[in-house]
Design a protein around this ligand. Structure first.
Ligand code: IMP
Length: 441
């Protein structure tokens, strides 16, 4: 997707996360100079396969596996310092050279033990019907402190006396809140400060101005990938609120989350699975139940990369992706895991919803309405053969081409990549015009 005129690309999830962004970023990072994360934290789990090796990355951008790529964590990311250092140690232990490879925004906020304790206490205190099903990584409480202007940022570690004041106020407030909720966990300021000392030098040695680095990289003619985490339907504003994460996952957050303006962004690639999954609670209109759900979950290996929780599978929902395309301004689509559908005799694709007796093709902004919609399906025959070996559009079975043609038409964005397996090479690439271009050729 990079070209003479396309040098800064955003890659986002266009469903509920876990779409396979890690693989796509990994595929595109080969041509990039900088790969930067702009939101989220260690709640993300990006699985990347390089050769026979599989890496699950939570904070470090997926570009780290290419030795010449500089990886950045922008100011919009919330960084769990110990998770980050653990991830860096694990990468080094597997032979990845990290020297000069990673930069961390001085303005990024830190996830501290009291944020995690609060996340857990809040979830346990909610009635089961109201649980968000968070990853327990302290994401919501950290963003809350950021917005309340009481958070601790990477740059604050330069002055541990000031850092202690922030940690003390945060710990006291969290301990009181946990007590009110009937929780047990108590966080100790001295312990947090001692633990911070163990990671402080590493964090400060990585500290940088991510926006400045990206702007000068682009001015030198470099290529930049801004890597989103989670997905559009988990966006704090545009997702299925309140069953969302606490950051702007959509492309509009990319510039703000690293420190560049929207005018530098040349394209937005939306990644979707050939079906749908969701982990955590909240509505999922095309959700499958029983044996079909079990089969799809097992074939797709649909268990959370961060928490191991079973994901909830469903048919592809064009209403969701059409909406995500609009909110993100998608210029291209990548469809992953097509091969997972290889053994289904019948496939369903939701093209509209029926809501209170009316057929609508928009995505409701109220979850109460969303809970009432009935998907309107277009059914089609499956292809019932292996697609993992396919490398071109023509090699795909006719039914798979028909399925993707229908999907592209419903969403209205050209498909540029089709994933047929987990490895980098198991990817079909189409030109700018998507399927129309491939069929005209
Ligand atoms: P949090 O981000 O841990 O606060 O969780 C909020 C919601 O977002 C929950 O439903 C999580 O399951 C979901 N979520 C967070 N990160 C991811 C992800 O990387 N993939 C899929 N779902 C996620």
């Amino acid at each position: 997707m990079f070209s003479e005129n396309v040098r800064c690309l955003v890659v986002v999830g266009a469903q509920w996360g876990d779409e396979g962004k890690g693989k796509l970023v990994d595929v595109l990072a080969e041509q990039a100079d900088i790969v930067a994360r702009y939101q989220g934290g260690a709640n993300a789990g990006h699985t990347v396969r390089a050769g026979d090796d599989e890496f699950i990355l939570h904070l470090v951008p997926s570009g780290i596996l290419y030795p010449t790529v500089r990886c950045l964590l922008g100011n919009g990311v919330v960084v769990d310092p110990w998770a980050l250092v653990g991830e860096l140690d694990a990468l080094e232990a597997r032979g990845i050279d990290l020297d000069g490879r990673l930069g961390l925004a001085r303005r990024a906020h830190l996830v501290l033990p009291y944020h995690k304790a609060l996340d857990e206490a809040q979830e346990s205190s909610r009635d089961s019907a109201k649980k968000i099903g968070t990853t327990g990584r302290g994401i919501g409480p950290t963003y809350r402190d950021k917005i309340a202007r009481v958070g601790l940022r990477v740059g604050d570690l330069a002055d541990m006396i000031r850092a202690r004041d922030i940690v003390t106020a945060g710990t006291n407030a969290a301990n009181e809140a946990i007590e009110r909720m009937g929780g047990e966990a108590r966080v100790d300021v001295d312990e947090v400060m001692t633990d911070l000392e163990t990671v402080r030098d590493t964090l400060l040695s990585l500290a940088t101005d991510t926006g400045g680095e990206i702007r000068s990289g682009l001015a030198r003619g470099g290529r930049v990938l801004l890597e989103g985490a989670q997905g559009a339907l988990l966006d704090i504003d545009h997702g299925t609120y309140p069953y969302v994460t606490s950051s702007t996952t959509t492309a509009g957050g990319a510039g703000a989350g690293v420190g560049v303006g929207p005018t530098v962004i040349d394209g937005v690639l939306g990644v979707v699975k050939a079906y749908t999954t969701r982990v955590g609670n909240g509505p999922l209109p095309t959700e499958l139940a029983g044996d079909e759900a079990e089969t799809l979950r097992n074939l797709g290996g649909e268990f959370g990369a961060t928490t191991g929780r079973p994901r909830r599978p469903g048919w592809f929902d064009a209403n969701v992706v059409r909406y995500a395309a609009g909110v993100n301004g998608l210029t291209a689509l990548a469809v992953t895991k097509l091969d997972v559908l290889d053994s289904f005799a019948e496939l369903r694709l939701a093209t509209a919803y029926e809501l209170d007796g009316r057929v609508v093709s928009t995505f409701p902004d109220s979850i109460h309405e969303l809970e009432r919609v009935q998907p309107v399906y277009a059914d089609q025959p499956g292809w019932m053969c292996e697609t993992t070996g396919c490398r071109t559009w023509e090699e795909l079975p006719g039914e798979a081409r028909a399925y993707l043609r229908g999907l592209e038409k419903e969403v209205g964005v050209p498909i540029r990549y089709i994933g047929v397996g987990a490895a980098r090479r198991e990817t079909i690439r189409l030109a700018d015009e998507g399927i129309a271009g491939a069929e005209a050729a």
